[in-house]
Design a protein around this ligand. Structure first.
Ligand SMILES: Nc1nc2c(c(=O)[nH]1)N[C@H]1C(S)=C(S)[C@@H](COP(=O)(O)O)O[C@H]1N2
Ligand SMILES: [Mo]
Length: 430
């Protein structure tokens, strides 16, 4: 095994400068070029780090980081997640492991932009509220618990890039399939209550969030990510500062001991390892708020189209979407099977969920539960009877209270956000 520092080198290189890393290791000039392979200096470096040659290096898919470099210990306390990157740690949950109405802590996906704090002490953790407030405050977690009404809610966190793997031309970043979404039970206090106690000054337009994780470069002056919310969103009832996850402590990778949970908006709004929120009279301009991060074009664009920076807008609510969590894709089932899953739509309610087993020619309506609270996903189920043995696909399609329905074709955008195409699974009927 390579030494610890080296082990992370490749992952870090890809994280910092994916275009350059692609060029060095795979000889690709652009992400549209799928013919890249490991060669030249890139191959030499990788082989040197492994301490031996890679006989089948020509078969390695573009961008593949050898499993030998992936730390085995980064998913402690997680169950069955797929590791997409080990520095920063990014791991998603296979759809069939998201079958529970409430996602167990061990199955909540992980999306890190930087390096999490190694140890956290809930007893000495503080949260500062400042910026444009009447009374700046610094509170311990015990202060939060004693001064504000505790609330427990089932809340969805979904990464803005969930589904990015399907983009063609591909988009840089984590190649999430369907598993960067979860709905855990979060206990905490309302952000609204805390901000109102601090006193929101007139003229405030945005919040700004700060966490205790470190930038990948190790530069202590840099934050890996600092996003914010329009003040109107921050003052809604289901935005929580959470100190408990599923009745227990937060998992360290999910932001222990304190985080924001902003359901229905890109997961990046839900700052982990939360230490500070300050209020601003401008749209927050922290890392990953500006440029094209978490932004989409203000109009539909052609796949591969170049979009001018000024035509990008900040993503707010996440679109209508659903997931089939049972059966597991690829399963062999009997002639009649219960199909079930979840559906959600940021800031809205899902009104119907249809499934098809004949490639979208006919659809059957599933039984759809109401959300247990605003910001939770909705469970659905239906029984399907197949006409005869053979290969089938089951497709699921949700529509929400505004009539927005999941599309079949991807709504391509340069950064690979908001893919809410229908979920498809394969089943074999014996
Ligand atoms: N401090 C901090 N907060 C963060 C991030 C991060 O890298 N650092 N990642 C954000 C992103 S992009 C997402 S999608 C969610 C993921 O939350 P999870 O890792 O608990 O699933 O956390 C958000 N909060
Ligand atoms: Mo994210």
């Amino acid at each position: 095994m390579p030494r610890d520092g080296e082990r992370h080198m490749i992952g870090e290189f890809f994280a910092k400068d994916p275009a350059q890393a692609d060029k060095v290791f795979f000889g690709r000039e652009s992400h549209a070029d799928r013919r890249g392979f490991l060669r030249g200096a890139g191959l030499a470096t990788m082989s040197a780090m492994l301490g031996m040659s890679i006989p089948f290096h020509r078969n390695m898919p573009q961008g593949l980081i050898p499993a030998a470099f992936a730390a085995e210990d980064v998913l402690v306390g997680k169950d069955g997640l797929t590791l997409l990157n080990d520095r920063p740690v990014n791991a998603e949950t296979p759809a069939h492991l998201l079958d529970d109405a409430i996602t167990p802590t061990a199955r909540h996906f992980i999306r890190n932009n930087g390096i999490p704090p190694e140890e956290v002490d809930p007893a000495n953790w503080t949260l500062t509220i400042d910026g444009m407030v009447d009374n700046p405050m610094t509170m311990s977690i015990d202060d939060l618990k004693s001064q504000f009404e505790p609330v427990t809610m089932a809340l969805i966190i979904e990464c803005g890039g969930n589904g990015r793997w399907a983009f063609d031309p591909p988009a840089k970043g984590n190649q999430w399939t369907t598993g960067a979404v979860a709905c855990a039970n979060w206990t905490g206090v309302r952000l609204k209550d805390v901000l109102n106690k601090a006193g929101v000054k007139s003229g405030v337009v945005y919040t700004a969030h700060v966490g205790a994780d470190a930038h990948l470069s190790g530069d202590p002056e840099k934050l890996p990510i600092s996003r914010g919310l329009p003040i109107g969103k921050a003052l809604t009832d289901n935005v929580l500062i959470a100190y408990e996850m599923n009745g227990g402590p937060l998992h360290l990778m999910n932001g222990a001991p304190l985080r924001l949970v902003v359901p229905g908006w890109p997961g990046s709004c839900s700052q982990k390892w939360l230490t500070r929120i300050y209020l601003r009279d401008i749209v927050h301009d922290g890392p990953k708020m500006t440029g094209t991060a978490y932004r989409v074009p203000n109009r539909p664009v052609e796949p591969g189209e170049e979009v001018a920076k000024e035509d990008f807008v900040i993503i707010e609510r996440m679109p209508v979407k659903s997931l089939i969590t049972s059966p597991e894709t690829g399963a062999t089932v009997g002639k009649t099977v219960e199909v079930r899953g979840h559906a959600w739509s940021g800031d809205r309610e899902v009104e119907l969920l249809d499934i098809s087993m004949d490639f979208g020619v006919t659809w059957q309506r599933a039984t759809l539960d109401s959300p247990v609270n605003e910001g939770a996903w909705q469970n659905w189920r239906t029984e399907v009877t197949f006409p005869q043995a053979g290969y089938y696909e089951i497709w699921a399609r949700a529509a929400d209270s505004e009539g927005e329905m999941q599309p079949f074709a991807i709504n391509w955008n340069p950064k690979g956000y908001l893919n809410n195409t229908m979920h498809r699974i394969a089943v074999r009927v014996s």
